[in-house]
Design a protein around this ligand. Structure first.
Ligand code: NI
Ligand code: MN
Length: 231
């Protein structure tokens, strides 16, 4: 480890810098009451989008059209984004794409995926997560998901060093379920996301920390928005 600079930009949005190649995941900036960055300041080489909900697709279209960057996402979302003039790398669950030496494998997620910005009922395919591999680091961004048994397969197949998991409850796993996910995934590092952004997903991270401690040796890192860590 030591090659990846990971920065949390709030909610499920993370910025990855690997040897100068930058990737944004789920860039939800506009409408995020806790956001600390401005859309105009984001210039990624690629954007990975887990699903079509507004708090994940977020500002993808605006950023991708301004920068010309590639958007990595599931086929149905890719078709929608192409119709908006966005460059995409469409894929599906179980597949892998290579973007400048960063490998993205799409994983299952137990969640829905309408494209909110397209209007009611526009299907975004399936919700997904990503295993992102760069250098010798394997990082799992679970997207929005409830706990599901095939996290066991994700663990066996991809041995994530880092697991980034939603803990906010209501729309995803809560802190207790996410701790069980850590037990199943057995990463070295667990990072919570998708909590406290809105009143309905307020969660006490200390519950996550103590529940993880009781089932796993993983180190829990509570990231501070805008403060990078090196993986
Ligand atoms: Ni969602
Ligand atoms: Mn969400």
């Amino acid at each position: 480890m030591g090659d990846i600079r990971l920065t949390w930009l709030g909610h499920s949005c993370f910025h990855i810098d690997y040897a100068g190649t930058t990737v944004l995941i789920d860039p939800f900036i506009t409408g995020n009451p806790r956001s600390i960055v401005q859309v105009k300041d984001l210039n990624p080489d690629a954007i990975a989008v887990t699903h079509g909900h507004g708090d994940h697709l977020g500002d993808t279209v605006i950023i991708a059209k301004r920068t010309g960057c590639t958007v990595i996402c599931i086929h149905e979302l890719s078709q929608y984004l192409k119709s908006k003039g966005v460059n995409t790398l469409g894929m599906n669950i179980g597949g892998t794409v290579d973007h400048k030496g960063i490998f993205f494998t799409m994983t299952d997620a137990s969640h829905s995926s309408s494209i909110d910005e397209a209007g009611l009922g526009v299907d975004g395919g399936k919700a997904a997560g990503f295993i992102i591999r760069a250098g010798d680091v394997s990082l799992y961004h679970a997207g929005d998901t409830g706990l599901f048994g095939d996290m066991e397969l994700i663990s066996r197949l991809y041995h994530p060093d880092v697991a980034i998991l939603p803990i906010g409850g209501r729309y995803t796993m809560d802190a207790r379920d996410a701790a069980l996910a850590v037990e199943i995934l057995s990463p070295k590092i667990a990072i919570p996301m998708h909590y406290d952004t809105f009143d309905v997903i307020v969660q006490d991270v200390n519950i996550f920390i103590s529940c993880v401690k009781s089932v796993s040796d993983a180190e829990v890192i509570i990231m501070e928005m805008g403060c990078p860590i090196i993986l």
